[in-house]
Ligand binder design. Sequence first.
Ligand SMILES: O=C(CO)COP(=O)(O)O
Length: 275
Amino acid sequence: MSRRAPEPEPQAGSGRVRLVVANWKLHHTHLEAIAFLERLWHLLDVEDYRRAEIAICPAFTALRSAQLTIETDGMPYRLGAQDVFWEPSGAYTGEVSVPMLAKLDVKYVIVGHSERRRLFGETDDVVAKKAAAVASGGLVPIVCVGEVAEERAGGTTEAVLERQLDTVLTTYPVEALGELVIAYEPVWAIGSGTPATPEDAEHVARFLRDRLARRASEAVAARVRILYGGSVDVGNAVAFLAQADIDGLLVGGASLDPERFAQLLGGRPRIASTS
Ligand SMILES: O=C(CO)COP(=O)(O)O
């Protein structure tokens, strides 16, 4: 099926284009990825594409198939990767580089997801190196920040976020700052079925934007897109998107099934009802 989808429109108030990202984590083979994309393309209305840019982040093994499927059918989906290494090439067995992803038409790269930090020992410095490499290579990092339950209970959420964000800003190419995407993912909300409240998430998004204004500039702070992630689903997506400083969503579990993800993107109540 070949049809043209409209470009996503900037939000009236902020001028920022909403971004909804599917992070499939360790799910879906390349065949399942193709089937998912074809089904999503069938389910979504042309109008759904005006409301948000949609990015799909499959496993590395599914990127090539996803790229071909998207290109062949002229689908409006952006491709994203879930991780990357900061060196462009070399003796780094098992790693994948930014130039390799660029050749697959990958636009976004998730860096610093809490699962990478927690399970694979990624430090703030590692996350900063990856984010800078992605931006220098002309791609857009989606930098994940977020506190664990103990930090939240101990009242150190803002200090943790500040440290995570500031480390990235220290080495990030200045000319690319406006394109940066930040995802606030409170670790306790990921996969738990207990999301942050939209008000709490907005409070943190505002905090991050203020921090960007101080560390970079007002202009950068006004352009950077801030996403919320952590137990986002059909029933709460609209409430998060209704917040002034939340420009999109980073969706895990609810992005795996095309019917569920399509409903989240365009299902009732529609995202349009927030603007
Ligand atoms: O980690 C996440 C997305 O990156 C969130 O996962 P869930 O949506 O499954 O809570």
